[in-house]
Design a protein around this ligand. Structure first.
Ligand SMILES: NC(=O)c1ccc[n+]([C@@H]2O[C@H](COP(=O)([O-])OP(=O)(O)OC[C@H]3O[C@@H](n4cnc5c(N)ncnc54)[C@H](O)[C@@H]3O)[C@@H](O)[C@H]2O)c1
Length: 342
């Protein structure tokens, strides 16, 4: 099937494009490259531009009238940036998404799969959340994702549009064939810090918060291998109508179903690398939460999807990707300077 992929030059979107291609589908990518990586769209059908550019979206549908479903990944995604610049997040993620959804309806593309987030949940004691758990985002980023869902819910009630909202937990790792992965060499999340410690770019790992109500006092997350996440999107594309049944809008959690604490992640990392991670303990940072993990029965029931890969697989994949990125960065540094233009 032909699939329009907004944000297909980003971390998750590009990995989903790889999985779609492997499964025999044809992604058509729309991305402004504001945070995407041009190398992730090489040899792929790619349109550079904004999701709110009506002329460009119109042209894509004229050139690909057989697009059967749209995957909407394009968004700004940095929680801290959303706190310092909320206007940017409401404009880019909410206003532009509304415009994009309306362009899809106008073009007659009436199936949309929206990238939502675990950050919209109100973390309950114990950490397990299902799709009926109360919602209360903590940041403008989280609110922008919840507003994306709400707009879709109302649009699907009033028009022929139908939508799945896939709520991702904490994606890590890369495409197993190393075609794509995280763009940043120094991601700020805990795995990024572990990679930095292992490669000597950081002296130690800082564990922020050891007094949370979890098994060992450290924060808990649900780390899902991005390749498992990608397979869930392939299933959502292929089973879209069956997954929705009589409903017009449906949110579905995508995680592993297991919470992993910071100390457990460190132990897994040490087991995969054979290296001891130097650690320092520090107090909680303001705004940090004990964390959540996904209950994933609905994904199994509606998408026929269950994650296949372990946390150790995801760590090994992130390490392989980092090695590959560092090698290509070193290659480009040692490449001859381009000649100056006359
Ligand atoms: N990475 C995570 O941990 C995570 C967790 C939950 C949900 N999500 C959601 O998944 C989606 C993808 O996230 P990601 O981590 O791959 O981010 P990313 O920044 O790597 O990818 C986003 C892509 O969208 C493009 N883009 C942004 N605004 C655009 C616009 N207005 N028009 C066209 N293209 C635009 C960027 O250039 C980039 O290629 C986002 O919607 C994000 O909210 C991500």
């Amino acid at each position: 099937m032909k699939v329009l992929v907004s944000g297909g030059a980003g971390y998750i979107g590009s990995t989903v494009c790889s999985a779609l291609l492997d499964a025999g589908h044809q992604p058509v990518i729309l991305d402004s490259l504001v945070t995407g990586d041009p190398s992730f769209v090489v040899d792929r059908v790619f349109y550079q531009g904004d999701i709110s550019d009506s002329a460009l979206v119109g042209r894509i549908f004229r050139e690909h009238p057989d697009v059967g479903v749209a995957l909407h990944f394009a968004a700004r995604t940095v929680v801290a940036e959303s706190q310092s610049n909320p206007g940017l997040y409401y404009r880019e993620n909410v206003v532009k998404s509304l415009h994009f959804f309306e362009l899809l309806i106008t073009a007659g593309c009436l199936r949309v799969i929206f990238s939502s987030s675990a950050s919209i949940y109100q973390a309950p004691p114990g950490g397990g959340v299902n799709e009926k758990t109360p919602l209360r985002p903590e940041s403008p980023y989280g609110w922008s994702k919840l507003m994306g869902e709400q707009m879709l819910r109302n649009l699907t009630e009033a028009t022929a549009l139908r939508a799945l909202a896939l709520r991702y937990f904490n994606p890590i790792g890369a495409d197993p064939r190393l075609r794509t992965g995280a763009q940043a060499l120094n991601p700020s999340h805990i795995l990024g810090q572990l990679l930095a410690t292992a490669s000597g770019r950081a002296a130690h790992l800082q564990i922020t918060g050891t007094d949370y109500p979890t098994r060992d006092g450290t924060g808990l997350r649900d780390y899902i291998h991005v390749w498992d996440l990608a397979q869930a999107h392939v299933a959502a594309v292929e089973r879209f109508d069956a997954a929705l049944g009589a409903e017009t809008f449906l949110p579905i959690n995508l995680g592993t179903g297991q919470g992993v604490t910071v100390r457990e992640l460190i132990r897994s990392f040490e087991a995969v690398t054979g290296q001891t991670v130097p650690q320092k303990e520090a107090p909680r940072r303001p705004g940090d939460q004990a964390g959540t993990y996904a209950e994933i029965a609905l994904a199994a029931e509606r998408l026929g999807w269950v994650p296949q890969l372990s946390t150790a697989d995801a760590i090994a994949s992130a390490l392989a990707w980092e090695k590959c990125r560092s090698a290509s960065a070193a290659d480009s540094r040692s490449a001859p300077e381009p000649l100056a233009e006359a």
